[in-house]
Design a binder for this molecule. Sequence first.
Ligand SMILES: NC(=O)c1ccc[n+]([C@@H]2O[C@H](COP(=O)([O-])OP(=O)(O)OC[C@H]3O[C@@H](n4cnc5c(N)ncnc54)[C@H](OP(=O)(O)O)[C@@H]3O)[C@@H](O)[C@H]2O)c1
Length: 285
Amino acid sequence: MTDSSADSPCRRALLIAAGLLGLSLAAARPAPAVADTVLITGANSGIGLEFAKEYAAKGWTVIATHRRSEPPRTLTELAARYANVRIERLDVTSVDEARALARKLEDVPIDVLIDNAGVYNDRSHCRADDEECPGDWSVESFGKLKYSLLDTIMAVNIKGPLIVAEAFYDNVKASREKKIIAISSSNGTLTGEKSPAQGAIFYRMSKAALNREMQIVAASTRRDGVTVVMLNPGPTLTEHQEYLRRYPEMLTTAFTVGHMIETIDRVTIRDTGRFLRYDGATEPW
Ligand SMILES: NC(=O)c1ccc[n+]([C@@H]2O[C@H](COP(=O)([O-])OP(=O)(O)OC[C@H]3O[C@@H](n4cnc5c(N)ncnc54)[C@H](OP(=O)(O)O)[C@@H]3O)[C@@H](O)[C@H]2O)c1
């Protein structure tokens, strides 16, 4: 029997040691301050929902926002489980809605503001509650471009994070952590691919624009001690991407979000304006 066998004594000893190490590291990590609060956009599914679940389990106050007319079931279930989860409506493309919510949260410091809401393909033919509907990527290929989708992607992925960052800036400034996190993508890279493949024009250009705008927001907020970081979650298997399950490179939401939370914990004002992978490695622009 080799060491790689699942039940070898040597492997069991290693796993126990690793478990103990994990426990002792967790014990050494500073406990979050009582006041730690995170606001997440697009928190009802995928990566946003996993952020909401993990921060709730850590004991943070979670302001989980969604753009639906009724609170989505995923969030009402989470709020039923955790008293520290507060559900609020926020369509990130609406300046009025963002300002109205900011007024409602006037006295609430927001330690970590996560600009997560994003659109990557055409889900206009999907029912809102049909999480497994894959959406249509074909209308983002040159020769087949559907320009109404470009308008939506620009509004949600580029304008939305600016609207949200501006509207809640005073809340972030008033907090202890003072962090704005934009969920970006390696699809936004200009220099990181040797020969870019075709397709997904709208989505890829939107993330390039997001990175650039957040780099400038970072330069504008540094004087206030506010850290702005762009994170690439990596290929994450969400409800909407079940059709990608057969690809071994797909990572679970628990894995990528768990790492992103650790990276968010670690970043300081010295990192402001950086584009990082989920685990904190530098991403090429
Ligand atoms: N999954 C990946 O592999 C991957 C990789 C790199 C980057 N990302 C980025 O990660 C973020 C989350 O993606 P995901 O994969 O978790 O996607 P997802 O499951 O489709 O979640 C997107 C969220 O954004 C919300 N949203 C859409 N339009 C909105 C609007 N106008 N206002 C407020 N919320 C809105 C959606 O709400 P509805 O349910 O109401 O539509 C949903 O909650 C996105 O920024 C995405 O670009 C994902």
